[in-house]
Design a protein around this ligand. Structure first.
Ligand code: AMP
Ligand code: GLY
Length: 421
């Protein structure tokens, strides 16, 4: 098979790594890829946002499968376009991807089908939103409806902060059209967990759960980032809870999408919060999570291409997906200054002392002519390790991170700490 992966993050490096292990794959391409994918696949100089060029290239290559990593091309309809061109593709259609690309859409769907989520209201008129918000208790949550690269949500502890966020979204339009509609929600409290599931539109198979860390500094301080680390499995989310959430949340959502005429195929990412009243949905994503994927895929025993093809062919019910019991911890190594301004172009040095069974999944990193890897973004790489216990995996990842260096690098020291103390 010829497989083309779309994206350039550590998530896509992890996907490419797993796909490359399949005996079914003869040729593997990534558009645009990064320093990590360059070692296991052929990078193509095409941006993930350039849908016309991707479809053209996929046809030219006679790709047997396209796997889409990031949300933006999904929301722009890459799946529909590839399907029209007769190319098998893994991911939801534009209409189905609205579960992520419109928080107003997903809220309406959840309310209609009784799927547990925060109480709240959707607004298209700034004045109306403002007067509603003025009457809400704090803390309160203000969200832009559309895609905002993970920055569209403000959990405001004062009304002033909430009103400021609403104004930035709906009046100043800091997220552009993503802020034409805003959502005001009650603030929920509890531990957060990500449960991703494969689905072919009918059958739903949950993956192992994972937790991510969004804030830049230890103990969840500092601004939000694209994710500073993750681990799997969380001790507070056992097998019974996976089944419960699958039955009460994920299956009803997939059923609802089918009923509404937008059948959902691919990966559905459910961001959950474990409240006193049970698990509730914080968000849906229409794709694999980053950095969750970097700790989920090392635990997957089944051939990922077999799973993906059974989703594409709508035969997921015929597959038995197996996972390792091992724990996995992933820590992101970021450029100095990230998530603010940072410099790029620093050489990344990886010592030969690195354990052999460690994974380095590159993100903002590129290979110079001659092979030297240099930093090329804010989050440079995710290092992951597995172990029989969470402690073993965690000790291993932090021991090995010392062997990867570049100027100004920083990382969180507390990933998975709450699981081992
Ligand atoms: P979202 O993109 O909707 O998942 O929001 C990003 C983050 O904001 C979540 O991971 C939560 O930490 C937080 N968040 C979102 N909605 C709520 C809510 N209703 N109550 C408390 N925290 C929330
Ligand atoms: N880890 C959050 C996300 O992938 O959106």
């Amino acid at each position: 098979m010829k497989v083309l992966v779309i994206g350039n993050g550590a998530r896509e490096h992890a996907l490419t790594w797993k796909i490359s292990q399949s005996p079914r794959v003869d040729k593997l391409y990534v558009a645009p890829g990064n320093a990590g994918t360059a070692g296991i696949a052929q990078n193509l100089n095409i941006a993930a946002s350039d849908l016309v060029a991707i479809v053209k290239k996929a046809k030219e290559l006679r790709a047997d499968l396209v796997v889409v990593g990031p949300e933006a091309p999904l929301a722009a309809g890459i799946v529909d376009q590839l399907q029209q061109a007769g190319i098998p593709v893994f991911g939801p259609s534009l209409a189905a991807a609205r579960l992520e690309s419109s928080k107003a859409f997903s809220r309406e769907l959840m309310q209609k089908y009784g799927i547990p989520c925060a109480d709240g209201k959707t607004f298209t008129d700034y004045r109306e939103a403002r007067s509603y918000l003025e009457k809400q208790p704090v803390p309160v949550v203000v969200k832009a409806d559309g895609l905002a690269a993970g920055k569209g949500v403000t959990v405001a502890s004062t009304r002033e902060e909430a009103l400021g966020a609403l104004q930035s979204i709906m009046e100043t339009k800091i997220f552009g059209k993503a802020g034409d509609t805003a959502i005001i929600e009650e603030c929920l409290f509890g531990k957060e967990v990500s449960l991703l599931a494969f689905t072919d539109g009918k059958t739903v198979v949950p993956m192992v759960p994972a937790c991510d860390y969004k804030r830049v500094y230890d103990n969840d301080r500092g601004p939000n980032t694209g994710g500073m680390g993750s681990y799997s499995p969380p001790g507070f989310f056992d097998y019974d809870m996976i089944l419960k959430v699958t039955e009460a949340i994920i299956k009803p959502t997939i059923y609802a999408m089918d009923k509404e005429g937008s059948p959902y195929k691919g990966v559905l990412y459910t961001g959950l919060i474990m409240t006193d009243a049970g698990p509730k949905v914080l968000e849906f994503n229409a794709r694999f999570g980053d950095p969750e994927t970097q700790v989920i895929l090392p635990r997957l025993k089944t051939d990922l291409v077999d799973i993906i093809m059974s989703v594409v062919d709508e035969k997921l019910d015929s597959l038995n997906i197996k996972w390792m019991n091992d724990a996995c911890v992933g820590v992101v190594l970021a450029s100095g200054g990230y998530p603010g301004d940072y410099i790029i172009g620093s050489p990344v040095e990886v010592s030969t002392k690195l354990d052999k069974d460690i994974n380095i999944f590159y993100a903002g990193a590129k290979k110079r002519d001659g092979g030297q890897i240099v930093t090329d973004g804010g989050r440079v790489l995710t290092i992951t390790a597995t172990g029989k216990t969470m402690k073993e995996a965690r000790d291993k990842v932090y021991r090995n991170i010392q062997h990867i260096r570049f100027d100004g690098s920083h990382y969180r020291k507390d990933i998975a700490a709450r699981e081992v103390t």
